[in-house]
Structures are given as C-alpha cells and as structure tokens.
Design a protein around this ligand. Sequence first.
Ligand code: NAD
Length: 292
Amino acid sequence: MLILDGKIASRAVIDTLKTEVEQIKLTGKRTPHLAAILIGNNGASETYVASKVKHCDEIGFGSTLIRLADNISEAELIATITELNNNDAIDGILVQLPLPKHISEQNIIMAINPAKDVDGFHPVSVGKLVQGLPTFIPATPYGIMLMLEHFNITTKGKHAVVIGRSNIVGRPMSILLSSNQPYGNCTVTVCHSHTPNLNEICLQGDIIVAALGRAEFVKANMVKEGAVVIDVGITRVEDPTAKKGYRIKGDVAYNEVAPRTSAITPVPGGVGLMTIAGLMKNTLQAYKAIGK
Ligand code: NAD
C-alpha cells in the first residue's frame, strides 16, 4: 500500500514554482501577487489563509491579506473586490469561504474578474472546465490531479466514485476524472446525500474520492481490495486529550481502510497540502496571462 504523501507531492510543485519565480526576478519583472480576503474570525478560515500567505512568501509571490469585519455589507465587499480587479499589480483574488450568512456567495464569486479567479469558482472558469478549455481549476480537485500525476496513478478506464457534488470539490473532481486528458478518462459515478446503495457503489470503485465532510464515513466494507482512496474531508472532532482540544479527521476511517487499498491519502498531510499547491499554480498562471 502506497501512502500518497501530500508533503512530498506538494513540495515538488512548490519547488518548481520557486524556481520559476527566481527566473522572473532575474528578468527584473514584477513578481506574481495574490490578494486574499478574509471575513470575520472563523478559526479554520484563519488557518487556511495563513497557510496560503506563508506559501506565497516561500515561493516568492507577493501577497496582500485583507481582513474585513463579519458585519461588512455585500456592497462593501464587492467594492473591495472591484478595487482588486482594477489593480494591475494583483494577479489573483480569493475570497475565503464560507461567507457570513447575509452575503450571497454567488454574487461575490461573480464579482471577481475571471482573469483573476484563482479559486476557479466563477461560472466562466467552470464553463471552460466543462468544455475542456484551459482555465483555473478549483484548487482542491487541481491538487488531487497533481497528486495523481506525481505518483503516476493509472486512471484511464478505471471506475471512479466521487462522494460529494459541491462546486468546490465533488463536481469539478468528477468532470476532471471523466475528461479526456492524462489522469482522466475514468468512468465516473457521482454520489451525494440522496444516493441509495452508497456502499454497493463504493465497492465498485477502482478510485474513491471522499468529499462529503463526515468524519470517518468510508469504512473498510465499502472499499474494494486494491482501490485508490483519496480523502478530501477535513472535520474538527472534539478531543480533550489533544493539545488544541480537537483532532482533524478525514472522511475515511484510515486505519481500517488503508490495508485494503493500493494507495491512500492521509489526513492531515494529504489533499490539504495539494490544495495549496493547486492555488499557487493558478496564481502563477494568472500572472503569466496578465502579468507584465
Ligand atoms: P459540502 O458540504 O459543500 O458538500 C458535501 C457533499 O457531500 C454534498 O454534495 C452532499 O450531497 C454530499 N453528502 C453529504 N452527506 C452525504 C452522505 N451521507 N452520503 C453521500 N453524500 C453525502 O462540502 P465540500 O465543501 O465539498 O467539502 C467536503 C469536505 O472536504 C469537508 O470536510 C471539507 O472541509 C473538506 N475540504 C477539504 C479541502 C482540502 O483542501 N482538503 C478543501 C475543501 C473542502
């Protein structure tokens, strides 16, 4: 059984990006720049954004973190995004989700200039993804594709079962795995909260991508011997014995599932790191398209 180690695969991506930025600096051009908007004080969001900024620093990208209070109006948030859209020194814009309830996620995503949509959530990006055109791929599915590539996992002709159909993970993942490209060409079944017989469907999967957000949901009796299992889930489960008072759990019961698999991602240390790698690649791509 191969552990699909996100530390190793993301390191390879980050090191390549670092080298590219060094080359850009040698030419005297400005460096790529990512702007992140963080609203309110959500602990998980704080952690994710801090990690994104840290990786920008490490690669040599510029970054701007804009913190806004959680009572900001939708109009004010859109005005901030518009300023970033119009700022030629900013290549990529991300608005960390989730947003406060009074703000429409859709309106905010639509406000981002598609040329700077490094999260790949804008309908223009999604439309291009569906049609197989070059675009920004949402960072988590992109990171998973980079991981499959890094470990040279065979996907062609395989049956992939994707659990979850969100716009952020499950839906784009299913499109990528079914598309005609290296590390695609799977036959894909998308499962969701209304799927009956989920266990039986999972058992048919040569590849399982678990992205439903339920700690340790996928058990050994749902996994075919030799399957490749990609665990996207990140759930904080209370644990008074842990230093922070909680532990991060994936969607897969790792200890019982791992021995049945041919390859599996750990949580933490798997897909999460690849998500950052995907975002960083998108930022360089945005720069190359509109950078000077
Ligand atoms: P979401 O809540 O938007 O979507 C969950 C999906 O799972 C839905 O489509 C729903 O239909 C499906 N689902 C829920 N319960 C189900 C069940 N019992 N059986 C079958 N399907 C079911 O969540 P999301 O944003 O897609 O995130 C999913 C998980 O991935 C979460 O734990 C999230 O924290 C994690 N996540 C991790 C990363 C990363 O970088 N590792 C990035 C994004 C999300």
